[in-house]
Design a protein around this ligand. Structure first.
Ligand code: NAP
Length: 541
C-alpha cells in the first residue's frame, strides 16, 4: 500500500473555496457539503416514513435505494416516492455486480431510473460501467435541474492517487455531473489519497472510504470540499460498513461547522470506537467557539499515520492503547515528564514549525483524584505532604497508563509494587521507577499492610468484557482505596466489588477528565472550561 507523504491543502478545494457560508436548515454552515440519508427500507410505505424522519433529523437529501424494495411497481411507486419526499431525491438502483441487491435485467433497471428522471428526480446515481450508455439514452431529455452522479465502488482497497485520478477522468468522460468514488480502507492512511483527490477535483466529487478505518472520509468531506456525505438514520442500518448516523454527523462532529480552516484532532487508538473523547472535545470546542473537529482514528501503525497526515491542519491527538509507547519515537520533541514515563498520551503539532511535541497528561488527573479520595481516610498521611507518602501503591499492568500512575505515585513518596500478567514487564517497570514486582497471578498472596492502594491500569473489565476483574473480591478488603483507569463502564466489576468490601473507590472517569483538561489547553491554547468538561462527561456516562 502507498504510504507516501501527501499534501493536503484544504483551502485549494474547488468546492470548498467558494460559497463557504451557506445556509443549511436554518443554520449558518461553514461548508456546502450536503448530508444525504440512504433510504433502504423494503417497502414504499416504510421509505416514505424514513424520508420524513430524514428531514426531521436535518438531512439535505435522501438516496432512495430502489434495489432494497421487495416489491417494486415502477410507475406507481416512483410517482409516490417523488411526490411524498419532503427533501430532494437521489435515486439509485444498485445491481448485485456493484454491491447492491438488484439481480434482474439491465434494461428494466435503467428504465426505472429513466422513469424516475421523467417523474422529477433531482439526482440519479448510475454505475460507471453503464454510465455512458445511460447518459446517451437521456440525451435531449435530461431536465436542466437533474444531476447525474456516476459512481465506482471498490470493495477491495483504495488505489494509488494516480489510479484514482485516472478513474476520476474516466468517470468525467462518461458525461457525469458529479463523480463518486467509494473505496475500501485497509489502513487509515488510505483515506488521505481520497482527500487529495477531493481537494484537487475540478468537478463536484463524492469520495468515500468504506470501513471503520475510513470513517474520517465521511466527517472531513466537509473540510476538503466533498459534494456530499452519507449518514444513516439509525446506527446499525447502513448502506456501507460503519457509516455514521446523521445525528452523529450533525451533533457529535458538528458537521455544519466544519470548513477548510477547521483544525483536525482525534484519538489514535486500536480499538477506538469506545472512546468518549470525540463527544467531549467536540461539545467543548463548539461551546467555546473553537474551529476544530475531533474524530475517532483507528490507527494500526502510528509512524505511518504521522508520515501521511503531516500537514498543519492535523493539529493535535490523544494517544491510547496500544500506541502510547511507540508514540514517543514519532515526536520531534518530548516533554521531560513524558520522557521519564516513556509513554505519551497527547501530541500537538506546533503551529510555529509543524513539529510534533509529545506530553503525558495521564497521571495528573488520576493522582490528584486518588489524593482527594484519601483525604479524611485513616492513615491520610502528613498534613503538609501527599496522603500517598509512605503507602504501598500497587499498580496492576505494565503498559503506558501503568507507567504514568507508577511514576506519579512515586513522585508523591509512595512505595511502588507492579503486578503484571507478564512478570518480566512488571520487573522492568519496577526497576525503572524504583519499586518491586510480582506476577498478577501472585498478587492475591502478598502480605497485607495498612493503607494499601490498588490501581488497575489494564483493560481487564473494560467494555465489552465487563464481567472480568483483575483481582478477586476477597483480596480487595486489604486496600484503603481502589482506583480503576477504565472509564467504560464507569463502575467496573473491580470498583463494585471494592465498594461492597467498604473500600473507597475512584473511577477512571476522574482520570479521564483530569487529563482532558490539560489536553484541551494544549490543543486550543485556551483555558479549559472545567465545569463544562464534568457536565459533558456526566451526561454521557
Ligand atoms: P497498554 O499500554 O496496552 O497496557 C496494557 C497492560 O494491560 C499490559 O500490562 C498488559 O499485560 C495488561 N493486560 C491487557 N490485557 C490483559 C489481560 N487480559 N489480562 C492481564 N493483563 C492484561 O494500555 P494502556 O494504554 O496503558 O491502557 C490501559 C487501560 O487504561 C485501558 O483500559 C485504558 O482504557 C485505560 N486508560 C484510561 C485512561 C483514563 O483517562 N481513564 C487513560 C489512559 C488509559 P502484558 O504486559 O502481560 O501484555
Amino acid at each position: 500500500m502507498q504510504s507516501h507523504h501527501i499534501t493536503l491543502d484544504s483551502s485549494s478545494s474547488a468546492a470548498g473555496s467558494d460559497g463557504l457560508e451557506v445556509k443549511c436548515n436554518g443554520m449558518r454552515a461553514r461548508n456546502s457539503t450536503l448530508l444525504c440519508v440512504p433510504i433502504m427500507a423494503e417497502t414504499v410505505d416504510q421509505m416514505v416514513i424514513d424520508m420524513g424522519e430524514a428531514k426531521a433529523v436535518g438531512a439535505d437529501l435522501v438516496e432512495i435505494r430502489l434495489d432494497c424494495l421487495k416489491v417494486f411497481n415502477h410507475n406507481q411507486d416512483l410517482k409516490r416516492l417523488v411526490k411524498e419526499c419532503p427533501l430532494p431525491t437521489l435515486f439509485s438502483y444498485r445491481p448485485i455486480w456493484e454491491g447492491g441487491q438488484y439481480d434482474g435485467d439491465e434494461k428494466t433497471r435503467l428504465d426505472a431510473l429513466r422513469l424516475a428522471i421523467e417523474l422529477g428526480a433531482d439526482y440519479i446515481d448510475v454505475e460507471l460501467q453503464v454510465a455512458r450508455e445511460f447518459i446517451d439514452s437521456i440525451n435531449g431529455k435530461k431536465p436542466e435541474t437533474l444531476k447525474v452522479i456516476v459512481s465506482s465502488h471498490n470493495f477491495q482497497d483504495t488505489p494509488s492517487v494516480e489510479a484514482l485520478g485516472n478513474l476520476v477522468a474516466r468517470i468525467q468522460a462518461s458525461g457525469a455531473d458529479i463523480v463518486k468514488i467509494a473505496t475500501t480502507s485497509l489502513d487509515i492512511t488510505d483515506v488521505a489519497r481520497t482527500f487529495q483527490i477531493t481537494v484537487h477535483s475540478q468537478v463536484p466529487f463524492i469520495g468515500l472510504v468504506l470501513g471503520e478505518r475510513g470513517l474520517i472520509s465521511r466527517i472531513l468531506s466537509a473540510k476538503f470540499g466533498g459534494y456530499l456525505t452519507y449518514g444513516t438514520l439509525e446506527s446499525g442500518i447502513v448502506s456501507a460498513p460503519t457509516q455514521p448516523t446523521v445525528k452523529d454527523l450533525l451533533h457529535l462532529y458538528n458537521f455544519r461547522q466544519i470548513g477548510p480552516d477547521t483544525k483536525v484532532f482525534g484519538v489514535i487508538s486500536k480499538p477506538v470506537s469506545h472512546s468518549k473523547s470525540p463527544k467531549l472535545y467536540n461539545e467543548v470546542f463548539n461551546s467555546v467557539g473553537f474551529n476544530g473537529v475531533y474524530a475517532h482514528l483507528l490507527v494500526d501503525d502510528i509512524a505511518k499515520f504521522f508520515q501521511t497526515y503531516s500537514c498543519m491542519d492535523f493539529a493535535g491527538f490523544s494517544v491510547g492503547i496500544p500506541h502510547k509507547e511507540a508514540a514517543v519515537k514519532c515526536c520531534d520533541e518530548v516533554d521531560p515528564v513524558a520522557k521519564s514515563i516513556g509513554a505519551i498520551n497527547c501530541i500537538i503539532r506546533r503551529p510555529t514549525d509543524g513539529k510534533l511535541y509529545g506530553f503525558n497528561t495521564d497521571y495528573v488527573g488520576a493522582i490528584s483524584a486518588i489524593e482527594e479520595g484519601l483525604k479524611g481516610s485513616p492513615n491520610a498521611g502528613s498534613v503538609t505532604g501527599s496522603p500517598l507518602a509512605g503507602r504501598l501503591f500497587v499498580v496492576i499492568g505494565a503498559g503506558g497508563a501503568s507507567k504514568a500512575l507508577a511514576y506519579g505515585a512515586k513522585q508523591k513518596g509512595a512505595r511502588i509494587l507492579i503486578a503484571n500478567r507478564t512478570y518480566d514487564r512488571a520487573r522492568e517497570l519496577a526497576d525503572t521507577v524504583g519499586g518491586d514486582a510480582v506476577s498478577l497471578a501472585d498478587l492475591g498472596n502478598i502480605p497485607p499492610e495498612d493503607g494499601m492502594i490498588l490501581a488497575n491500569t489494564t483493560s481487564i473489565g473494560m467494555q465489552p468484557n465487563v464481567g472480568d476483574t483483575p483481582l478477586s473480591k476477597h483480596a480487595l478488603k486489604y486496600y484503603s482505596l481502589v482506583f480503576d483507569a477504565i472509564y467504560t463502564p464507569k463502575m467496573t466489576r473491580l470498583l463494585r466489588e471494592a465498594e461492597e468490601c467498604g473500600v473507597t473507590i475512584v473511577s477512571g472517569l476522574e482520570m479521564f477528565i483530569g487529563q482532558a483538561y490539560e489536553q484541551f489547553e494544549k490543543f486550543t491554547g485556551l483555558p479549559a472550561p472545567k465545569k463544562l468538561f464534568r457536565k459533558v462527561m456526566e451526561n454521557h456516562s
